[in-house]
Design a protein around this ligand. Structure first.
Ligand code: 2P0
Length: 337
């Protein structure tokens, strides 16, 4: 009988992560190698589900996001990522990629982290690459740096990798891995004050910051100490210390952007309103700490036991926003093959 062409496919799910010690600035744009290590918590909300099916007859990758075909730069970014997978697998077939995002795309809510982590896991399986979690993390990194961390659940550290040596050494040395933590029962209250896409991509903003901000190097140096302190605080299960370090690291990162020439400002008046609220919560005895990414939304770290109260107070402060409560979530995983 004539050979039937089998079309291979796989699907995977991944969650966003929020950095407590931020990744901001690349030393290698092509390999997506950061200047500093970063550390994050993977969330249990807003998953991204991605299917990848090989289509040997197609001339181009076909990529849809929530049912809408992607074009231009967004599709090109997925194709460039798949080219990497195809090269390693020695398979040239194009793919049909179907992604369902439950998180607003490009709003500083880590949609590229869950997106490329899910894509890495699904594409590796669909193209027949047997990769362990470390290799998947390295691969996801090439799509979006923060995606390297979403391969893992709970808390994860992304190693910048060696700054000297060959490109291969650097590539092999830059991956995420789980961080051991003590007794911790954290929640992250996410205040979505603006769900619209950001005006400046984090990719462009970090490039501009590294190139022009006089505060970039001092922040990167301080961030190394923040990581050391953060690991210790996590290890001893000291959530207040974790929050304090996360808040200072994030404010410092935004300071580097504000000092860039011209400034990049993601923080809005609603952001500052939430920051005031977090300060007031602390004065009222609740250990709540804020972090912000490449957007105006604020993520508030607090004990899970205080999460409902924190969420209610934040809702009251920004009635036009929406507030979500997250806990630590699982790493990226294959759904079907
Ligand atoms: C992070 N953020 O550590 C940092 C902190 C926001 C602020 O958006 O260029 O989307 O794709 O590697 O991973 C990280 O930006 O950037 C990011 P690319 P990515 O989560």
């Amino acid at each position: 009988p004539p050979e039937r062409s089998t079309t291979r496919g796989a699907s995977a799910v991944a969650h966003p992560n929020i950095a407590l010690v931020k990744y901001w600035g690349k030393r290698d744009e092509q390999l997506v190698l950061p200047w500093t290590d970063s550390l994050s918590m993977t969330l249990d909300i807003c998953p991204t589900t991605t299917g990848v099916r090989l289509d040997p007859d197609a001339e181009h990758d076909e990529v849809t996001l929530d049912g809408v075909p992607l074009a231009g730069e967004a599709r090109q970014r997925v194709t460039a990522f798949l080219d990497l997978v195809r090269e390693r697998a020695g398979v040239s077939a194009r793919a049909v990629v179907d992604t369902a995002n439950t998180v607003p795309t490009g709003a500083g809510l880590a949609s590229s982290a869950s997106g490329f982590a899910a894509l890495a896991v699904a594409a590796a399986a669909a193209y027949g690459l047997a990769l362990d979690a470390t290799a998947l993390s390295r691969l996801a990194r090439r799509g979006s740096g923060s995606a390297s961390r979403s391969v893992f659940g709970g808390f994860a550290v992304w190693h910048a990798g060696p700054a000297t040596g060959t490109a291969t050494d650097a590539d092999l040395g830059s991956y995420a891995e789980p961080v051991p933590v003590g007794e911790l029962d954290p929640a992250l209250v996410v205040a979505v004050v603006d769900a619209g896409p950001k005006a400046v991509s984090s990719r462009a903003a970090m490039r501009h910051t590294v190139a022009t901000s006089p505060l970039y190097r001092p922040w990167a140096a301080a961030s190394r100490d923040d990581l050391t302190d953060m690991r210790k605080a996590l290890h001893r299960g000291d959530l207040a210390a974790v929050g304090e370090i996360a808040e200072r690291n994030a404010l410092g990162m935004h300071a580097t952007m504000l000092a860039a020439r011209p400034a990049v400002r993601y923080l809005s008046s609603a952001t500052l309103t939430v920051l005031d609220t977090v300060l007031q919560l602390r004065r009222d005895g609740i250990p709540a700490y804020a972090t912000m990414d490449a957007g105006p939304n604020v993520k508030v770290l607090c004990p899970r036991a205080d999460a409902d109260r924190v969420a209610a107070v934040v809702r009251g402060a920004v009635p036009r926003g929406s507030v979500l409560v997250a806990g630590p979530g699982q790493g990226a995983r294959l759904l079907s093959e």
